[in-house]
Design a binder for this molecule. Structure first.
Ligand code: SF4
Length: 251
């Protein structure tokens, strides 16, 4: 296993003490500050800036999380999200390494926009991650760029890296009507998922506009005004287009 180098403090946006949908079981969720993407549907644009609400060491974050340990049961634990937690890979690897020393399960919720397989911190982080939740927002590089501001080579390579190294993955897609619901592209996503090992779950998250007000408060132009949440029929069509993958339907 790669050595975990001691890093600087983490740049933290916020904590959520009882998260039920961000990894197995009940989890303590840590949102890190800073993201290289600018997804049109992002509901946390306040996490984009690298400036944190506060800084904390790995020991301090773990101490904050551990206060809730009795609620986690056998499955739960600690999830890092953001923003983009891979953008602070050294800190995240140190935190997950400490968590594992204490028998705490780790989950990384990432869009992998900064993944590089030759980065030692990244290798350490993924070696200390029990479950990677990977957002694959769009398979086509140029449409991915139109949606997020960047192409997707690092995202797909992260999926391949986790697959090659025996990791466990949940793969997610946010379904935005008219934007990320092209059946041919969803079929390509399904083929890509079937080419991977270690995918335990695929889930489609229905788009919602809950973040729009945050965009407006931050003086940003929200480009999806007027787009409605997908219907159950649209979700069913999307699952059918993806095809046979391990899935979990959203209620
Ligand atoms: S990757 Fe996540 S946090 Fe970053 S812009 Fe996209 S939805 Fe927002």
């Amino acid at each position: 296993m790669p050595q975990v180098a001691l890093s600087a403090k983490g740049r933290i946006h916020s904590y959520e003490t009882f998260a039920a949908a961000d990894g197995p079981g009940v989890r303590f969720l840590v949102f890190l500050s800073g993201c290289p993407f600018r997804c049109r549907y992002c509901h946390n644009p306040d996490t984009w800036a690298a400036e944190p609400a506060f800084e904390a060491s790995a020991e301090e974050v773990l101490a904050a999380a551990s206060r809730y340990r009795e609620y986690w049961g056998a499955e739960g634990g600690l999830t890092l999200s953001g923003g983009e937690p891979m953008a602070q890979a050294g800190f995240a690897a140190e935190l997950f390494s400490l968590a594992h020393e204490q028998g705490i399960g780790t989950c990384l919720d990432t869009a992998a926009g900064v993944f590089r397989r030759d980065d030692a911190d990244m290798a350490s982080l993924l070696a200390e991650t029990d479950t990677v939740i990977l957002d694959i927002k769009e398979m086509d590089p140029s449409r991915h760029k139109a949606l997020t501001g960047a192409e997707n080579a690092s995202v797909l390579d992260c999926a391949r890296y986790v697959s090659e190294n025996g990791g466990k993955m949940w793969i997610r897609r946010v379904l935005v009507p008219g934007v990320t619901d092209n059946p041919e592209e969803l079929a390509e996503l399904g083929r890509f998922i079937r080419s991977l090992r270690g995918v335990e779950r695929f889930e489609i998250l229905p788009y919602h506009s809950f973040g729009a007000e945050k965009w407006k408060r931050l003086g940003l132009v929200y480009s999806l005004d007027g787009v409605e949440a997908p219907s159950q029929a649209a979700l069913d069509r999307a699952y059918a287009a993806v095809g046979d993958v391990p899935r979990r339907r959203q209620k």
